[in-house]
Design a binder for this molecule. Structure first.
Ligand SMILES: Cc1cc2nc3c(=O)[nH]c(=O)nc-3n(C[C@H](O)[C@H](O)[C@H](O)COP(=O)(O)OP(=O)(O)OC[C@H]3O[C@@H](n4cnc5c(N)ncnc54)[C@H](O)[C@@H]3O)c2cc1C
Length: 438
């Protein structure tokens, strides 16, 4: 009888689990005794650590995504959203991009829907804030920053200019620091093409509620990063919260008030909203409650990993694995092997990985790293950051494209044009229709 494996989410965990299953279960996939389906709104997996480089224009956005159908020829890919998981009946409700929702039955489910931005009810945030988790957000931000340089150059109103040149990032973890550092570097680089904008006219503000930045690289390198950012003229406000940003008027808890046209929200993540529409058990932080063997606690035929799952860290008893790619990729491998063991009635094995530290890019030729206790800063760390991520980005095809992008950047200056009009492609045509005489 055919056993159907349904994977909810085609990101890190979804893609790597399916890749591994495609290999280990190739005989079963060939004879039809097993089938695999991935459900995701997108037809590609996003390599998120490269989003800051895409925002800075060092990488083409198409080169940091892996097309699921091409990489997983033996897997059925359905584009749309899972809106409900009814594990008691072994069904998911699938809402395709267009048309009626339908029920899909399964034997094994993998919860791999990742996380979304963790937001707070701050006045104005929904109207002017933007996250930094998707290719769409990274490219929209790039277009926005460059467009605002055009605005500032072309206006005679000093208020409009000041507002356009003020950029705020809330949250000083990985995503926030890397996004800010890369965008600031790009904007500063771009000012050479503007007659009336000097690098010192740009105001970048990093707002962080705790007393440190980039905790992923440890206290010593975090402090070094803080000093670097401040040396670059970035206004880093620690132990400060965003209180309001109605109409772009930014109010901080230290009493500072100013206007800004750009506010990037990167203050943490929470599990994908699908967790609220399942009968699977959740832990105290709202993640899918998961065992060290990456099964969902207390139920049969359900697995979970990555940002959506509360996976016990067996190398650090009492703690959970942090939501990062380092764990997601490795968990996917163990998860896939455990699915194969489950189908064969064999004993499952636990996921065990001791966090090895992190690398972060801080703009062209700048970085910080703390890996296996080796601490690097500046160019060596940046080089390590690029080499590490190049080795990790899925498929040879993408690796080659990434290297080509980086090589071209050695010989040519980076592109600094805003293509923001792609967000409103019908405006010109609508204007033409409006001029039509009856
Ligand atoms: C800017 C940035 C930089 C980062 N840099 C690093 C780094 O340098 N090192 C590191 O270790 N980690 C880094 N991370 C974290 C890392 O990318 C995540 O931990 C990792 O992506 C988690 O993998 P995942 O499979 O759980 O989730 P994702 O990779 O986010 O995949 C989840 C997938 O589920 C899909 N989905 C969501 N809801 C549904 C639904 N209801 N139905 C169907 N599909 C759904 C989504 O569309 C998505 O494709 C970074 C993250 C960001 C945002």
């Amino acid at each position: 009888m055919n056993k159907r494996i349904v994977i909810v989410g085609g990101g890190y965990v979804g893609l790597y689990t399916a890749l591994r299953l495609q290999k280990t279960l190739r005989r079963e996939l060939r004879d039809g005794s097993v089938s695999i389906t991935i459900i995701d709104p997108q037809s590609y997996m996003t390599y998120q650590p490269f989003l800051p480089e895409a925002a800075a224009g060092n990488l083409s956005p198409r080169h940091l995504v892996a097309p699921l159908r091409r990489v997983l020829p033996k897997v059925e890919i359905l584009n749309g959203t899972v809106t409900k998981v009814h594990h008691g009946e072994r069904t998911v409700t699938f809402q395709p991009a267009e048309g009626q929702a339908r029920e899909i039955a399964y034997d094994v489910i993998v919860m791999a829907a990742g996380s979304i931005s963790r937001t707070l009810p701050i006045p104005g945030l929904t109207d002017i804030g933007i996250g930094f988790k998707t290719v769409g957000e990274a490219i929209a931000l790039r277009n926005r920053v460059l467009h605002l340089l055009d605005v500032a150059e072309s206006t005679e109103d000093p208020e409009v200019r000041r507002r356009a040149l003020t950029f705020v990032v809330v949250g000083a973890g990985f995503a926030g620091v890397e996004a800010l550092a890369e965008l600031e570097d790009m904007a500063k680089d771009s000012t050479r093409y503007y007659r009336n904008i000097k690098p010192s006219d740009l105001r970048w503000v990093l707002v962080e509620a705790t007393n440190r930045v980039l905790p992923e690289v440890g206290p010593e390198m975090g402090t070094w990063t803080l000093e670097q950012l401040r040396e670059r003229g970035i206004d880093v406000k620690l132990e400060t919260r965003l209180e309001s940003c109605v109409g772009g008027r930014v109010v901080l808890s230290d009493g500072t008030e100013f206007d800004a046209d750009t506010l990037v929200w990167t203050a943490g993540v929470k599990p994908s909203t699908i967790v609220n529409s399942t009968d699977l058990p959740l832990d105290e932080r709202g993640r899918v409650k998961t065992t060290a063997a990456l099964t969902v606690a207390g139920v049969k035929g359900a697995f979970a990993a990555g940002d959506i799952a509360g996976v016990p860290d067996v190398t650090n008893p009492g703690q959970y694995c942090a939501p990062n790619a380092q764990h997601a990729v490795r968990q996917a491998k163990v998860l896939a092997d455990n699915i194969a063991r489950h189908l064969r009635g064999e004993q499952l094995v636990d996921y065990r990985h001791k966090y090895v530290g992190s690398v972060a890019g801080l703009g062209l030729h700048q970085g910080v790293a703390n890996v296996y206790g080796v601490k690097l800063r500046g160019f060596p760390a940046w080089f390590m950051h690029r080499t590490y991520h190049l080795s990790r980005v899925p498929t040879l095809n993408r690796k080659v494209r990434v290297v080509v992008d980086w090589t071209l950047a050695l010989f040519f200056k980076r592109e600094t044009i805003s293509l923001g009009e792609v967000e409103h492609p019908r405006d010109g045509f609508r204007a033409a229709v409006a001029t039509m005489r009856r």
